[in-house]
Write a protein that binds this ligand. Structure first.
Ligand code: PDD
Length: 282
């Protein structure tokens, strides 16, 4: 595949980054994943704004406009022959001359971009859709989960817990037994027809799929939404659970900690919401 590194497009085998890069040494960087289907990106402005917010928050300054980023993304999709692609953008603080914790002055951020294949979404069908299985565990990541940091060890360790339990994802709750998100997805429950999702704060990533889905549902008006604290107890008694991310879109969950969710089938509210999402996401 063709990747982008610091101004050049080149085969991934030829892309080289110094071991003194702070992304490598400290996980000191911001990343983004933008879905693209045949060259049409989903939520590109939201993704890029979140990325610029993250860069500002950690004090990395990159001299590029949103329009510059969009054209880099478009070019990379073209060079990788389109299809269903996740566009990965990784910006680290840059390469230092030594390992030292303080932000160095006057170094240039490292910019790396690549694409990877993502599933081609089919029209949501509750009869054939695969139900995800989750395990739940206490969220032991850091207290700045709104920053899409490249330091993903906390997320990776939680994801691995689910993987080792033969589940698809790990649902996380804080020390008050309130849901935060999943290790690489946002979470929603459905109770009596109402979609409920945890509010945006430092405990979760402000997912772009979440943002687009909530906007579509509000515009449609036929499904009620609440952004509020959701307890683990409520999740256990929910009619439906969903998780969302750029690569999986809106995924229905049918098993939580080995117990069936609702009646154990992919839900009707999911069918409706995921259909609205797939028709209106662009
Ligand atoms: N993961 N929460 C976490 C912790 C995530 O890592 C992600 C995305 C999401 C969903 O965000 P969005 O809808 O903007 O993709 C929520 C990406 C895709 C990843 O790390 O691969």
């Amino acid at each position: 595949s063709i990747v982008y590194l610091n101004g050049d497009f080149l085969p991934v085998e030829n892309a080289k980054i110094s071991p003194l890069d702070r992304g490598f040494l400290f996980g000191d960087g911001i990343y983004e994943v933008i879905p693209s289907y045949d060259g049409k990106m989903v939520g590109v402005n939201g993704h890029l704004k979140r990325m610029l917010n993250g860069l500002t928050e950690i004090g990395i300054n990159v001299d590029k406009s949103i329009a510059d980023w969009v054209s880099l993304c478009e070019k990379l999709c073209e060079l990788n022959h389109y299809g269903a692609l996740g566009i990965y953008i990784h910006i680290s603080r840059g390469t230092d001359t030594k390992r030292h914790h303080a932000y160095p002055e006057g170094i240039t951020p490292t910019i790396f971009m690549m694409t990877f294949e993502i599933p081609v979404p089919s029209l949501p069908d509750s009869k054939t859709a695969k139900g995800y299985s989750l395990i739940s565990t206490e969220d032991l990541r850091w207290q700045r989960c709104h920053i899409k940091s490249t330091a993903l060890l906390g997320n990776v360790m939680h994801y691995q817990q689910g993987h080792e339990a033969k589940c698809n994802e790990t649902l996380l709750y804080n020390n008050k037994l309130e849901l935060t998100e999943a290790s690489s997805s946002n979470v929603y429950i459905v109770k009596d027809g109402v979609v409920i999702t945890p509010p945006l704060d430092n405990q979760i990533l402000p997912g772009i799929t979440r943002d687009i889905l909530l906007a579509i549902l509000r515009e449609d008006g036929s499904i009620k939404i609440e952004e509020r604290v959701v307890t683990l107890e409520e999740a256990k008694n929910a009619d439906e659970i969903w998780i969302s991310s750029s690569s999986k879109e809106i995924a229905p969950v049918t098993l939580l900690d080995g117990n069936i969710v609702g009646d154990g089938k992919v839900g009707e509210v999911w069918q409706k919401a995921a259909t609205l999402y797939s028709k209106n996401k662009f």
